[in-house]
Design a protein around this ligand. Structure first.
Ligand SMILES: Cc1cc2nc3c(=O)[nH]c(=O)nc-3n(C[C@H](O)[C@H](O)[C@H](O)COP(=O)(O)OP(=O)(O)OC[C@H]3O[C@@H](n4cnc5c(N)ncnc54)[C@H](O)[C@@H]3O)c2cc1C
Length: 380
């Protein structure tokens, strides 16, 4: 199907990123999965090639290309090779925008160049052992001590949690006698900042997801992002983009699973014919192709809206809900069409099935997406 809004320059960018992935990602995927983490080297290589924070202003070392389609292309190309742990989109399109949007000039000059070169890796820490969907229930606190804050608490399930050099941490702060949520940049070597385990997971095997602990960490006020009382608003503002990122990956991963399956059913023989010749296979493939194309159109429309600063929380919730549920249905059906081979680790569909399970949970669960959508419907 013809994609809307993509031009010749997008094709050139896709070709360049695809070559990068073939050279710098594919040869290392097995090792990264075994290690539970990607190498720092690939981050530096991505930086050298201009793929990290390409949108950032040139004064900080970026290319000033404010077009989310470039992120979308990178996510699609990573999904094409089944790479689900090298989270450059989390770094560049999800966390760095907090610094760009809410940081001051000094913070941008200090923090962005390393993120653009790949020397510094980003993470965002909202979730706690006792508070995920209900962010207001967080217990981490930052106490105002004049020229600095004292940060105490813990976070869990933090993506890039082991590699991260800068972590944007959400914490409760007292502002004019009222309890608010603020965002602080915690740096790798700050005394009292410790990392827990790289968590074992059923999928996303090459992604380092970790617990983080803060014991009396001194955070200079220079590392507070924006207004100390508006952290929750900032997160709500950025969550629409986060949900679109997740949706792009959901769709691209489901599309890859579909493409692998089409090749497989055409090859695989049963009862003297290709599996693709059974009516059940043809109907299932037709249903999946239809869902994928419809979802793609909605995503491309949301990307256009984001580029125009018009993406609403409801539209982001709708596409996150639909794309993650659709991905679950598609990878399950595709695995079924692979038969027993689909259950074997060496077949990418097996990994795609495990990777897909989290997308209905992170970035806001499907249930929370339904709540956000329902709130916009004018129901009693
Ligand atoms: C691999 C991975 C990576 C992650 N990366 C990050 C990260 O980088 N940074 C970060 O901050 N967090 C991250 N998370 C956390 C993720 O965003 C949370 O797990 C998610 O928001 C759900 O929170 P929870 O796990 O506490 O579940 P809970 O909030 O405890 O939810 C449990 C169940 O209750 C349901 N539920 C909760 N509230 C409602 C309600 N109001 N109505 C109906 N049902 C409800 C949920 O839908 C769910 O089914 C990550 C998680 C994982 C697993």
């Amino acid at each position: 199907m013809q994609r809307l809004g993509f031009n010749e320059e997008h094709t050139m960018f896709r070709d360049a990123f695809r070559s990068f992935v073939e050279k710098e990602v594919v040869p290392h995927q097995e090792q990264w999965r075994e290690d539970g983490i990607v190498s720092r080297e690939v981050w530096r290589k991505a930086g050298e090639n201009g793929f990290l924070l390409y949108w950032a202003d040139e004064q900080y070392g970026g290319l000033g290309l404010r077009d989310f389609r470039l992120s979308q292309i990178m996510m699609e190309e990573m999904a094409r090779v089944g790479e689900t742990g090298f989270y450059l989109h989390l770094h560049g399109s999800l966390v760095a925008p907090y610094i760009d949007k809410f940081g001051n000039d000094e913070q941008k000059s200090r923090l962005l160049p390393g993120c653009i070169s790949g020397e510094k890796i980003l993470a965002i820490a909202m979730t706690e052992p006792g508070a995920g969907s209900d962010l207001r229930g967080m217990k981490t606190t930052a106490v105002d001590c004049g020229d600095h804050y004292k940060l105490n608490g813990s976070k869990t399930f933090i993506s890039n949690g082991i590699l991260a050099d800068y972590v944007i941490v959400a914490a409760k702060i007292q502002v004019e006698g009222k309890e608010k949520i603020g965002l602080l940049v915690v740096e790798r070597d700050m005394p009292g900042f410790e990392r827990g385990r790289n968590l074992n997971k059923m999928g996303l095997k090459s992604q380092d997801t970790a617990e983080l602990f803060f014991n009396d960490v001194t955070i200079p006020k220079a590392n507070l992002l924006g207004d100390p009382g508006r952290g929750l608003n900032y997160m709500m503002e950025c969550l629409a983009e986060e949900r679109l990122i997740v949706s792009c990956i959901n769709h691209a991963s489901a599309q890859s699973a579909f493409d692998w399956t089409r090749d497989y059913v055409n090859e695989r023989q049963a009862f003297g014919q290709a599996v693709a010749e059974f009516q059940n296979t043809r109907f299932k493939m037709a249903e999946m192709a239809t869902e994928l194309d419809i979802c793609q159109v909605y995503i491309d429309r949301c990307v256009e809206a984001l580029n125009d600063d018009q993406l609403s929380a409801e539209d982001a919730a709708k596409i996150k809900l639909f794309s993650s549920e659709m991905q679950g249905r598609v990878v399950d059906e595709c695995l079924q069409l692979f038969g027993g081979y689909g259950f074997m680790d060496e077949y990418p569909i097996s990994q795609a099935y495990c990777d897909a399970r989290i997308t209905r949970i992170f970035g806001g669960t499907s249930e929370i997406m339904k709540e956000i959508i329902a709130r916009s419907l004018g129901l009693a």
